[in-house]
Design a protein around this ligand. Sequence first.
Ligand code: HEM
Length: 346
Amino acid sequence: MVGRVSSSMDRDGVVEVKKLLHFASLNNVMMSVFGRSYDDFGVDGGDGFELEKLVREGYELLGIFNWSDHFPIISWFDFQGMRKRCKNLVSRVNVFVEEIINEHRERRSEKDGTTAVGDGDFVDVLLDLELEDKFSDGDMIAVLWEMIFRGTDTVAILLEWIMARMVLHPTIQAKAQAEIKNVVGSGRPVSDADLPNLPYLQAIVKETLRVHPPGPLLSWARLAIHDTQVGPHMVPAGTTAMVNMWSITHNDQIWAEPEVFNPDRFMDEEVAIMGSDLRLAPFGAGRRVCPGKAMGFATVQLWLAQLLQNFKWVANESDRGAVDLSECLKMSLEMKKPLVCKAVGL
Ligand code: HEM
């Protein structure tokens, strides 16, 4: 990550933050889920290139306004070509993921059919399940793809928002750098073991999750399968309900000065963000809470610490708009104008 930032500065004089983070995050998730990473994202015909195309096509399809969702009567015609594109994507994902599952099976059959405890990746975990919990191949592909798909852009988007805030608030950036220097020193790279000792860094991540939650509507829509009472409201079975987390985290009845970016509010009060405190539940809560929340939160903190330990992040003065905090809601809440800034070596 640090090396890629330096190369980008040497080559272009600026860093296109989202692009860099997207590939890093895709590789990070691939490592945990499939046990492999790729360095051929830009090479036509390579596995990394195909994977990146599949992920991008999935995000694009989910971001398109589909008229058939709102007027089912026209769905038969598929005039936007959505059904055709989805079918095509599903068959390419099936081929790609099935090949990886088969490679795992072959590797395991050379051993005794299992992996050692603590060894292996998420495919191994699924293959290790006992007979009665075993997944069909179709279900296994769906679970694995969901992890890759949901785990890639959320991390990249959150970190892009954080870096935008670092550029906009140099005093906050300097305070986090001072904390890192104090705890880690400058003789060694920051590691995940340092994270519990970096409370201000953690407060910056929490504050960004509050102001710019990547999943502002959580999983968008839920269907009530029973009549349910929520506070004073009766929600009848069959209702489609949405949770507007963005609105909760910007509500001045809940948060003092909600529009102000102020990590210190999390230094003054311990606020749990993993789903037990509904004032800030950026990973959702309950049965369908994000299964990657611990991994996502830790990854973002570690990468942020590395980026701040090595560079001072400043605006690209040749870009007139500099940092633009306008939002764009696709599958996640993204920056409308991707962040392009400079990283000055420390
Ligand atoms: C900062 C990073 C992340 C954020 C902000 C985030 C946020 C969310 C949110 C809001 C949901 C919906 C929860 C609900 O509807 O109640 C969700 C679901 C999900 N997330 Fe994450 N996530 C992140 C990282 C990850 C990672 C790293 C992975 C996997 C490696 C992952 C995998 C998933 C999956 C599979 C679901 C669907 C769960 C289900 O439908 O039951 N997420 N995430």
